[in-house]
Every structure is written in C-alpha cells, then in structure tokens.
Design a protein around this ligand. Structure first.
Ligand SMILES: *[C@@H]1O[C@H](CO)[C@@H](O)[C@H](O)[C@H]1NC(C)=O
Ligand SMILES: *[C@@H]1O[C@H](CO)[C@@H](O)[C@H](O)[C@H]1NC(C)=O
Ligand SMILES: *[C@@H]1O[C@H](CO)[C@@H](O)[C@H](O)[C@H]1NC(C)=O
Ligand SMILES: *[C@@H]1O[C@H](CO)[C@@H](O)[C@H](O)[C@H]1NC(C)=O
Length: 380
C-alpha cells in the first residue's frame, strides 16, 4: 500500500512539471485540461497550479484530509459540533438534518411548513401549502390557476381564451402557456404548427424542429443543413465552422477538435425539441407552476415529469453532457440537476468517468511518447 501511494506521488509530481511546461506554452486550445472530476475516496487536493478538482456523484471535498467524501443524504446529519457535512445537491441543511425544502406550491401536498415554496405559505391542516394571509404579494402565493393582481389572487386566462394583456388587463395566461400575440389567444407552450404566426420560439412546436423565424414572424424549420466541422480538423489554430461549436482539447492539450455546444443536426434538434415539448406538456397536465423548484425531487415537476426533464437536459445541454466541463466529468453528476437526475435513476450522459489514477497514467503515457516532454520527466 505504501509503495502504491509513493508511486502515486511520483506520478503526480511528474505531471506537475509536465503541466507547468504546458502552461507556459502558447499554442493550447481551450484550457479545460486542468479541471478534473474525482469521486469518493479520490484526492481533491489541488496539486498543481490552477487545477480544480470537482468531487462528483454525491461527494464533497473534505478539506481536513482533501478526499472526496459522501455528502449527507436525506434525513442524515449535516452539522454537529464543529463538523459540517454538506447535504446532497437537492437538499438543504435544516436544524442539522438534510431535508428537501421550498418545493411545494399553493394547493400541493406537504407535511412541514418549510416544504412550501414561499415564506408566506404554511402547511395547513389539510396537508397542503396555503397562504396564511388573505392578501398576496407574488403569484407564488396563489394556486396554479391564479395570479397575484393588486394584492389578491385572481384567475388567469385559460388556454383558448383571449389574452387579457392585449386588452390592457393584467391577467396572464396559465403558467405553462403563452399569449399568441398575432391572434390574441392564450395557447400552450410549443403548440404552433408550421407557418403559424408567432412572436417567440416558445410558441412553436419544437418537437418538429420548428422555431419562430425572426424575418417572417412565423414558425419555420430550424436550419437542419448546418455542416459540422469534420472531426479530423485540428482546431488549435483554426476556427471551427459553426458559431455553436467550440474547440476542445484532446489528451495532448495541443490538439483540439470541434464540438457543438447546442444540438445542430436535424436529429439532435428534434430530439432536444421532443423532450422539451414533452416536459412542457407534462408540467401543464399536472398543473406544476414554478420552475425554480425543478431540481428538488419532491417538486411537482419531478414527481410527475422527471423522465422528460432529465431527457430534456441530456438532449439539449450539450456543453455539459460531454467532457467539456472537465476531464473525467462525462457521465458524472456535477451540476445540481445532474445530481438530481442521477438520484432519480436517470442517466447524466457520457461514458463512465475516468478516475484520477488512470488519468494520470494516461498523461504519463502521453508524456513519454512525445519527445518534447520526455526531458521534463527526465529532469524530474
Ligand atoms: C399572420 O400575419 C400576417 C401578417 O401580419 C397576416 O397577414 C396573416 O393574416 C396572419 N395569419 C394568421 C393565420 O393569423
Ligand atoms: C444553414 O446553415 C448553413 C451553415 O452551416 C448555411 O450555409 C445555410 O445557408 C443555412 N441555411 C439556411 C436555410 O439558413
Ligand atoms: C495541432 O496543432 C497544434 C498547433 O499547431 C500542434 O502543436 C499539434 O501538434 C497539432 N496536432 C496534430 C495531431 O497535428
Ligand atoms: C412556457 O412559457 C412561459 C412564457 O414564456 C414560461 O414562463 C414558462 O416557463 C414556459 N413553461 C415551460 C414548461 O416551458
């Protein structure tokens, strides 16, 4: 065991010098190679320069021993005399225990006040969040079908009815609907077909790849014929063709390839659009009002629509489901929503993350196979 540890230190030391030399070179692509995702039991001590270690998959960096350790789960202790253990991403530490907070809207199920999504709400004896006041100051204090107008909750405009906003009144459409300004009717998000007049892309059916064309103000197909930069182009010096592409470093840090930040091809656009519309239809059907609670598993959104929510994130947020965030981060739960999706059993995308030891061996391998860096290793 001692020998293995010693070896690791040697390898880390070698890479320290290696990366120092890399850092002084000018021709590098996007500087992502210094970010590493590490998991439970791995070291999160920054050993060189600006490197950042992200403890992923429900772990945090314990700064007493610089190891990734499990964050506290629901119902577990998060702080006791002197020690603080962070809660998993979707939980909050309340009186020393990790719990889900602030996810229930007016009329939704609760057992505790802190589960309601506004300080003005209480968990009433009927087991639902309710406003304690007769007055309101925000629409969060009203139920799904109501909004807060002039300090009282008033009805919203239902789908198919004329938008009040166009008549100089303040009643908005339902939470997951939008006023189609051209015909002046409230419609569900993403419901307009090809050639329909629109004022925003939220109105057009994204599952078909439709978006609101700014010139004609009607729903038209997105550009499906964008040509991606070939994968063999080294973009360290050359620009990628599409504005939605970025240059990602490969293992050797001098060689980059182009990677889309957003869905660009027809099938990618439709896949992202389908799950986006599915999610929107799902939250509308289940009358889920507020998106701010959407990473809390017990929220209306995730109780009913977790599958389309996680699919939407995976299919649309390309810059996060690849390894672009950092080395070994592909497939890891790093962002809050990824942690929630992983917890609920959905994929966060990508391949299993590389662990730091295998990553360092890889670096070492690359280093020893390039002549320019061999000297670095020798001098070490
Ligand atoms: C769409 O807008 C155009 C121009 O504003 C108008 O001429 C046309 O009648 C509208 N179509 C529909 C279906 O409302
Ligand atoms: C689609 O994007 C490509 C660039 O990849 C461009 O050359 C082409 O003109 C665009 N097509 C349309 C219809 O805008
Ligand atoms: C990519 O370009 C950079 C900068 O010109 C160069 O250092 C690197 O060796 C190139 N990679 C390959 C595989 O040709
Ligand atoms: C629907 O559109 C409205 C208005 O833009 C927006 O506030 C709401 O978040 C959207 N809901 C969904 C589920 O897309």
């Amino acid at each position: 065991m001692a020998i293995i540890n010693h070896l690791n230190i040697l390898v880390i030391g070698g890479c320290f010098l290696l990366l120092l030399q890399f850092a002084t070179a000018q021709e590098t692509c996007v500087n992502r190679f210094q970010r590493f995702c590490v998991t439970e039991g791995d070291s999160c001590k920054p050993v060189y320069g600006e490197s950042t270690y992200y403890c992923v998959d429900g772990t945090y960096c314990n700064e007493l021993n610089y190891k990734c350790e499990k964050s506290s789960d629901e119902g577990e202790v998060c702080s006791s005399t002197g020690t603080i253990i962070p809660c998993k991403e979707w939980l909050n530490c309340l009186d020393g225990i990790c719990v889900e907070t602030g996810y229930a809207n007016v009329g939704e199920k609760c057992t505790e006040d802190y589960q309601c999504n506004d300080v003005k709400l209480r968990c009433a004896s009927n087991g639902q969040c309710q406003n304690i006041d007769t007055e309101c100051s925000s629409s969060k204090e009203c139920s799904y079908f109501n909004y807060c107008g002039g300090s009282v909750c008033k009805p919203r405009v239902e789908n198919g009815q004329p938008c009040a906003s166009l008549l100089g009144l303040d009643a908005p459409c339902l939470p997951n609907s939008i006023c189609n300004k051209d015909i002046g009717i409230c419609i569900p998000n993403y419901s307009l077909q090809l050639d329909a007049n629109c004022s925003t892309s939220i109105a057009c059916d994204v599952s078909q790849g439709l978006e609101c064309d700014g010139d004609s103000d009607s729903c038209g197909y997105a550009n499906f014929t964008k040509t991606l930069t070939p994968s063999n182009i080294n973009c360290t010096f050359e620009d990628c063709g599409e504005i939605e592409e970025m240059c990602l470093c490969t293992e050797d840090r001098y060689t980059g390839f182009c990677h889309p930040k957003d869905p660009l091809t027809e099938s990618q656009i439709k896949k992202c659009g389908s799950s986006t519309k599915e999610f929107s239809d799902c939250v509308a059907k289940h009358e889920c009002a507020y998106e701010h609670a959407d990473t809390t598993p017990s929220s209306c959104h995730l109780t009913h629509c977790a599958s389309s929510f996680c699919a939407m994130k995976l299919n649309c947020d390309w810059d996060f489901n690849s390894q672009t965030f950092g080395k070994g981060c592909s497939g890891a739960a790093l962002l809050e929503y990824q942690a929630t999706c992983q917890h609920l059993g959905y994929s966060t995308g990508g391949s299993p993350s590389l662990t730091i030891p295998s990553l360092l061996m890889l670096l070492l391998f690359i280093a020893t196979t390039t002549t320019t860096t061999t000297t670095t290793i020798l001098s070490f």
